[in-house]
Each structure stands twice: as structure tokens, then as C-alpha cells.
Design a protein around this ligand. Structure first.
Ligand SMILES: Cc1ncc(COP(=O)(O)O)c(C=O)c1O
Length: 392
């Protein structure tokens, strides 16, 4: 073997990735794959990836536009004006928010990438970022990769899974640069209230903290979609992320959006334009079509989830879990019975005994340890089968 002339080793990962684990689902799906190879046919009630297709008109636009010979080049870094106009109209119609399509909207390759872009745009080594516990794990990993110290603020059932502003005020907020919020909240399914949104804006203004509101679930099992940007003075302190993944059954398409003041869009673009080279134009045009869909679309999606949710309640009753029946979003969040140690133990037991995969609440933070989360992205038949397997 050739002798090395250096102490370096190929594959030494960067310091910024130390302490960052592989995404939980990425590891778990490997285990499920192994089980399936061994013939177990695991029913996956873990991930919130809609199993139904987008509206046929959306697919039609994608097909027609992709057939054209001149649609295949690099695209504008700020997204197609057609898509930005459609987003502006959609925000006006459903959220009563006025956005300038030329300067206050940035289409994204999914809102998950927007979380990373925002962190890379604003965070310096040592800045503090507030993240919800329980909350979407990407807030923590993106903030840490960007060099932040992360402070998790605890949400409790007693406080309706809302930030406890008295507790937040007790913190040393001097170095807090960003705060992630997400309502309807994932994983708890909690809806926002006007009062909570107003308090958030007042808190952010008082302490000069940029609020990042992640809003992908507002159309799922919720009659009144709300945007944090619809509140007085919000544009001074809020960036909002939104997504086609859940509301339009387009998770694999990777389309999302970032909305906020012109200055914020330009700041984020400074980073983002160095990362990607825009999105396939037919996909953007089809996404614009999706935003023209009317109430019937959202009703049809929600009819399906409402029926499935009844089955999920049945499944949770079998496991002696307790839950709030008015949750929004693609999941049901449920407290485990007193005799179970934690959600990890319960979900491992269900996976091993019944070949049904459910997400342990602890992956969303310590405040989720005594909870589990069941996805609505499986057919009623699959849910029925999961119930039968657990019964047996
Ligand atoms: C709270 C939350 N934010 C963002 C995302 C990412 O969505 P997208 O597909 O737009 O990247 C998810 C996906 O599961 C989510 O649950």
C-alpha cells in the first residue's frame, strides 16, 4: 500500500456537522426497508407525504409545458413572474395579505430549503436561535449547521402549545437573532389564535428578533387559513415560509415560497442565488395553476383526511392513547398511556409486534417524549389493516 505523506484523512467531516445526526426518518426508513425485504410489509404511518396526486389540471400544465422545446433552460433566480403573481393572488385571496409579486415573494425548492437559506443568511457563529420544543427537527439542525446556539422554548398542552411569553421574557435575549414559529403547529396540530400572533409580533419588535413563521399546514383540516403576515406591522419582523407539499399534494415536486419585506427577500437571495440555479419552468407554471384551485379542491383533500382521521382515532384508542380531536395538519398527536415509558418504547413495540410504523414524539424534542404522532397519509384500507394488526 502507498504510504501517506500527510496526517489528513479523507472523509473527515466538517466541524459544523459534528453533533448533527442523520435525519431520523432517513435512518428509520432504512430499518423499515430491511423489514420489508424480510417480507414484513410494514405499514408506514410515520411521514407526512401526501399519497394522493395533485389536481389533474396541474399535471396537464406540467405535461404541456414540458413538451415545448424552449422551456428547458436555466431560470430566473427570483422565480418565474407567473408563479410570483399567482402566489401574490393566493395570499390575497386566502390570507388577506398584500404582497408585491416583484419584490416580496421568493419561490423555493420546498420550504425545507428555505429554513437552511434563512439560517445561512442571518446567523453568525454564536448567535442564539429560538426553536419550539416540540417542533420540526430541521429548525435545530439548520440553525446549528449555520453556527447558532440553539435555545428550545417549551410548548405545553396546558398552554395550548403556544409560546410562554413570561418564560421567554426571563431569558437573556440580547444575542437572540431568530425565532422559529409554526402554526398550525407540527407535531401538535395546534391552531394559532389572533392574540398569540399579536403577542409574537410585539415580542419580536421589542427584542428585535426576526420571526420565521413556517406555515405549510394552514389548509389541512382547518377552515380558516391564517398568515402571520396578515397582522399589523408584521412585515417589519416576519418572514413566512409556505409550501405546495401538503396543501396541493405536491411534496415530491419540491416547490415552496418565502414571503416578506423586500429587504428580507434580497438578503436571502444573496445566499440562495449562490446555491441553486432556479426551478424547471414547467414545474413553476404548473405550481401557479395549483394556486388557482378553488374551495372545492381544499374540501376534497380535507374530506379524505377527515375520514382517515376517524380511523386513526380508533387506532389510538386501541393503544390507550389520548388526543385532542380538533387538530389541524396531516397528523394526529396523542399522549401515550401512563404505563408506557415513552413514545420510543411504544412505537418500537408497535413496529416489532405489528409491523406498523408510528413516529415517537421524542424526535421533535424532549417535550414530545410522552407522545406519538400518527400520519394521515395512508388510505382507510391501510389504516384498517393497521388496526387489525394491532388488535391481533
Ligand atoms: C413543519 C414543517 N415545515 C416544513 C416542512 C417541509 O416542507 P417542504 O416539503 O415544503 O420542504 C415540513 C415537512 O414535513 C414540516 O412538517
Amino acid at each position: 500500500m502507498e504510504k501517506s505523506a500527510t496526517n489528513k484523512t479523507i472523509g473527515t467531516i466538517s466541524k459544523r456537522l459534528s453533533g448533527i445526526d442523520e435525519y431520523y426518518f432517513s435512518t428509520k426508513l432504512r430499518q423499515i426497508d430491511e423489514m420489508n425485504k424480510a417480507g414484513k410489509q410494514v405499514i408506514n404511518l410515520g411521514i407526512g407525504s401526501p399519497d394522493l396526486p395533485p389536481h389533474p389540471d396541474v399535471i396537464k400544465v406540467l405535461e404541456e409545458e414540458a413538451e415545448k422545446p424552449n422551456q428547458h433552460g436555466y431560470q430566473n433566480y427570483k422565480g418565474s413572474p407567473v408563479l410570483r403573481n399567482a402566489i401574490a393572488k393566493w395570499y390575497q385571496k386566502w390570507y388577506n395579505v398584500s404582497l408585491n409579486p416583484d419584490s416580496e415573494i421568493l419561490p423555493l425548492i420546498g420550504s425545507k430549503e428555505g429554513i437552511m437559506h434563512i439560517c445561512m443568511t442571518y446567523i453568525n457563529e454564536g448567535d442564539i436561535v429560538l426553536i419550539p420544543n416540540p417542533g420540526y427537527p430541521t429548525y435545530k439542525s439548520a440553525a446549528k449547521i449555520a453556527g447558532a446556539n440553539v435555545h428550545a422554548y417549551t410548548l405545553t398542552k396546558e398552554n395550548n402549545w403556544s409560546p410562554d411569553f413570561d418564560e421567554l421574557e426571563k431569558l437573556d435575549l440580547e444575542n437572540v437573532k431568530l425565532m422559529f414559529v409554526n402554526y398550525p403547529q407540527m407535531p401538535t396540530g395546534q391552531l394559532p389564535t389572533n392574540q398569540m400572533f399579536e403577542e409574537l409580533i410585539a415580542f419580536a419588535k421589542k427584542h428585535q428578533i426576526l420571526l420565521v413563521h413556517d406555515n405549510p399546514y394552514s389548509f389541512i383540516l382547518n377552515d380558516k387559513p391564517m398568515s402571520l403576515l396578515s397582522f399589523e406591522g408584521a412585515k417589519e419582523v416576519v418572514i413566512e415560509l409556505n409550501s405546495f407539499s401538503k396543501s396541493h399534494n405536491m411534496a415530491g415536486w419540491r416547490v415552496g415560497m418565502l414571503c416578506g419585506a423586500k429587504e428580507r427577500i434580497n438578503e436571502v437571495l444573496k445566499f440562495k442565488s449562490n446555491m441553486d440555479s432556479g426551478m424547471f419552468l414547467p414545474l413553476q407554471l404548473a405550481a401557479a395553476k395549483a394556486l388557482e384551485l378553488d374551495q372545492d379542491w381544499y374540501d376534497s383533500v380535507n374530506d379524505v383526511y377527515r375520514k382517515r382521521r376517524k380511523k386513526v382515532f380508533e387506532l389510538l384508542d386501541l393503544l390507550n392513547c389520548t388526543y385532542d380531536k380538533n387538530q389541524a395538519g396531516l397528523f394526529v398527536w396523542a399522549a401515550i398511556p401512563k404505563d408506557a415509558k415513552d413514545g420510543f418504547e411504544l412505537t418500537d413495540r408497535v413496529l416489532n409486534d405489528s409491523n406498523v410504523f408510528i413516529t415517537p414524539g421524542g424526535i421533535f424534542g424532549s417535550a414530545g417524549d410522552k407522545y406519538i404522532r400518527v400520519s394521515l397519509c395512508a388510505t382507510e384500507e391501510k389504516l384498517e389493516e393497521a388496526i387489525n394488526r394491532i388488535k391481533n
